[in-house]
Design a protein around this ligand. Structure first.
Ligand SMILES: N[C@@H](CCC[C@H](N)C(=O)O)C(=O)O
Length: 309
């Protein structure tokens, strides 16, 4: 373990769990009294795969009442007692993490901090707003709220609003940028062989890049696209603040938004998104306030618990 971590009294002996959702992995820390302010450098050290515990991100579970963002959440939804304080592996903040919020709820249950019965839902505070989570047969479903295009309609023709280039692709490809609370740029490729050839060891070049940076999803629609009313997409992702990951829940939602837009009228509302770490499901449904919402579902696993030595 990096000594700069364990020399910090506030972190010495701190219990943690390690969990993942379809291979998108997180260090999880319960902080019911808001006593552990973990610096960006400490997050990066804990998430380091060689010198730390290793993870795509770190999630601190803290009561909403302790954080200014959390108090705003409580004014909107008093039941959102717990706040998901999410950091990317480099220590930067993100508004939302779709795989992370499922793993977060599983962690809260595992720690005995909440209960969630079949047919019930739990409100969680995030920097991307209140998310409601319920159990499914294989894990959890999250109402991710409404999606929106990042660039205004007049800057976007029907098919694209950016160009993206990555090593391994001969030319830059058209893309659409979608917000799921956090930013995504979705690039369609024609063949699985192109997806395999795409090099994601460094960040793809996006032009124009959304104002707060972006996560980049490379997607291949299945052939045929729709089977039994469900569309299928295969996706790889380069995450802002992390690098290539095995899965990205908000990215899967953005991928389904973009492919459904490209497919046009008659495209389905249900999607399976294959990622290197498994499969997540995305569903569009009429949400509150007359806006279309996105539901993300998939597994959540706790693999280990320990304490910082
Ligand atoms: N893997 C997450 C997204 C995590 C945040 C992202 N890297 C960002 O900076 O927005 C997911 O499952 O949604």
């Amino acid at each position: 373990m990096d000594e700069s971590l364990t020399n910090t009294p506030a972190l010495k002996g701190l219990p943690f769990s390690k969990g993942h959702g379809t291979g998108n992995d997180f260090v999880l820390i319960a902080d019911p009294q808001d006593q552990h302010l973990i610096s960006p450098e400490q997050v990066a050290a804990l998430c380091n795969r060689h010198l730390g515990i290793g993870g795509d991100g770190l999630i601190r579970a803290v009561p909403s009442r302790f954080l200014p963002e959390g108090r705003g959440i409580l004014a909107e939804e008093p039941a959102a007692e717990w706040f998901m304080d999410y950091r990317n592996g480099d220590g930067s903040l993100s508004e939302m993490c779709g795989n992370g919020v499922r793993v977060f709820v599983h962690f809260l249950i595992d720690q005995g901090l909440v209960t969630l019965g079949a047919g019930e839902s739990l409100a969680i505070g995030t920097r991307g707003g209140v998310k409601r989570i319920s159990r499914t047969a294989d894990g959890y479903a999250v109402d991710m709220g409404p999606w929106e295009f990042i660039f205004p309609a007049d800057a976007r023709d029907k098919a694209m609003d950016s160009l993206v280039h990555a090593d391994g692709l001969e030319v830059a490809r058209p893309a659409l940028s979608v917000s799921m609370g956090n930013p995504h740029t979705v690039v369609a490729l024609a063949e699985l062989s192109e997806l395999e050839a795409t090099e994601l060891y460094k960040a793809p070049q996006v032009d124009p890049v959304p104002p707060h940076g972006t996560n980049v999803e490379f997607v291949v629609p299945a052939e045929p696209l729709v089977h039994d009313g469900t569309g299928t997409i295969t996706m790889r992702v380069h995450e802002r603040g992390v690098g290539e990951t095995q899965s990205c829940g908000t990215g899967a939602c953005a991928a389904a938004v973009a492919i459904r837009h490209w497919a046009g009228d008659g495209a389905p509302d249900s999607w399976n998104v294959n990622v290197p770490g498994g499969v997540v499901r995305v569903r569009f449904f009429p949400g509150s306030g007359g806006r279309e919402h996105v539901e993300l579902s998939g597994p959540a696993v706790i693999v280990a618990t320990g304490s910082l030595s």
